[in-house]
Design a protein around this ligand. Structure first.
Ligand code: HQG
Length: 191
């Protein structure tokens, strides 16, 4: 059985190439974000000194299956893989606009609050602003950047006013931006 540590390392590596930098191993994604699994394996295993010399398709499928946030999908013919969300690259995930719940949460670091209060939530380096239905998930996201703070977004009101929302395959909610007037502080957590 593959260790959790090894699966996490592969998950991080797949996130890098499927969301941000496929050129790192000399592959291209198609316009919908899919990459050929055999090509990932061949090109990764060719790179000298890489830590995944033993990468093979059953290992990739294990990562997809066991991933805590269901970050990846495999195509029905099992030849292609893509990230479900989190892209900085412009890919079309072919998501349909969906009516969101009344409230969604966004976890961030307290040091970003002044800027968010002024400019609203922006996608920054990514394609979308990422939101969740789950406060604990939002805390975990915010913690990556410092002292976490959870913001409450009036998603349904935004939707009624014409802002589009999409639900990624792993249930993360995506939108293009969130103006300040729809945001309030839900909670801050001392870390
Ligand atoms: C902040 C991970 C200043 C924003 C997570 C965030 C998520 C602003 C940071 C997914 C701002 C961007 C995305 C403004 C937004 N001024 N700061 N106007 N607007 N920010 O990593 O949402 O685990 O690009 O609050 O779980 O943290 O990798 O976005 O703190 O689902 O699968 O700018 O990535 O998924 O940071 O995370 P990020 P995020 P994985």
């Amino acid at each position: 059985m593959t260790s959790t540590k090894q699966l996490n390392r592969i998950s991080k590596f797949l996130s890098l190439i499927l969301r941000h930098n496929p050129e790192a191993i000399g592959i291209k994604l198609d316009s919908n974000g899919w990459a050929n699994i055999e090509e990932i394996i061949t090109k990764t295993n060719k790179i000298r000194h890489n830590e995944f010399r033993t990468l093979h398709s059953s290992l990739i499928k294990e990562v997809v299956r066991k991933n805590d946030k269901k970050r990846f999908s495999v195509s029905t013919d099992e030849k292609y893989i893509r990230a479900n969300q989190g892209h900085s690259l412009h890919v079309d995930l072919q998501l349909q606009p969906t009516s969101p719940p009344e409230v969604l949460y966004h976890g961030t670091a307290s040091r970003f609050l002044t800027s968010i209060t002024k400019h609203g939530l922006k996608p920054q380096q990514r394609q979308h602003v990422h939101l969740s239905t789950d406060v604990d998930a939002a805390i975990a996201v915010g913690q990556r950047y410092g002292k976490p703070i959870v913001l409450r977004v009036k998603a349904q009101l935004m939707s009624k006013q014409g802002f589009e929302f999409y639900q990624a395959k792993n249930n993360v909610w995506l939108t293009n931006s969130v103006p300040e007037k729809f945001i309030s502080i839900f909670s801050s957590h001392a870390s």
